[in-house]
Write a protein that binds this ligand. Sequence first.
Ligand code: TYM
Length: 343
Amino acid sequence: MSMPQNRVFSGVQPSGSLHLGNYLGAIKRFVELQNSHECIYCVVDLHAITVWQDPQELAESTRHVAAAYIACGIDPDKHVVFNQSRVGEHAELAWIFNCVARMGWLNRMTQFKDKAGKNRENASVGLFAYPTLMAADILLYRATHVPVGDDQKQHLELCRDIAQKFNTDFAEPIAAAGHGDGFFPLTEPLIAGPATRVMSLRDGARKMSKSEPSEMSRIDLTDDAETIAKKIRKAKTDPDALPSETAGLEGRPEADNLVGIFAALADSTADAVLATYGGGTFQAFKQDLAELAVEKVGPIGAEMSRLNADPAEMDAVLRKGAERARVIAAPIYDEVRKIVGFV
Ligand code: TYM
């Protein structure tokens, strides 16, 4: 079994609605990688239940994320689209990784601290162990590249640490099985472009997030044209004109955020956006940004609504995707079993 060279894996949680941050930081990049890589895109329902989910809503959200993938341009016939809980090896490998990863490594994870808040004692064990499951998602396919937003960087570093420790801990059986330089790859995060961290439209210091109570803080992929335009018109800014160069965005988080969003939606760069709008008012800039966002996001929402109307179709896509995922995962997990010594 040879090491894959250009296999992409990534996932999105089915918990609440998807927003512009999910699109620009992750899903838009998933779409772009389809021409150059073999891609596996997962709806991570096992991750979602690390915090309580209403079962019916979880099932609906799982189909909605699959619909969003397809509406954004992922082709489920050419690449693999499935939900995590259908491939049992994710949880099995995660258990092995729970025994490889160290408590100290997980204790450093900032996302756990943020999500658990003050009441850590009351957080689920799953929420604490979340990053080992994420490493299992990626390494179950020996994926080489993982496109994500900036907030997942620390989890991907942990994934590399786990791969490395597994390769070292089991160096002898790995070599005996003919995998000379390690069984798991040291997967590369793909965190690039002008919108790796899209911020709230109401507060440039906070990340755009589905858990933020104010709907005005984010653009949901299902927002209609009028709502998208209104949210951009009302987005917080500062009193100065736009700068002509990116250095001038320093200390101006709201301006920085809107320019990044513009650049990402236009497949451009912040420099190019400021070359056009530098020196001008936010009002004119926002007008064009609203038009651009409606043009790019509007059709995604419309296609999602169409796909959401046929849940049986989404179930069929996910079922077929899981069969294909299992074909890739099963032989890799069989090797892991032998390496670890499970008879
Ligand atoms: P999740 O569901 O929170 O988010 C899905 C993707 O969207 C990105 N993202 C953002 N990017 C830019 N700006 C934002 N404001 C923003 N908010 C979210 C996230 O970085 C992510 O790429 N742990 C992951 C899911 C996961 C996963 C994996 C990812 C599970 N297993 C394996 C990659 C590989 C998560 O909770 O993403």
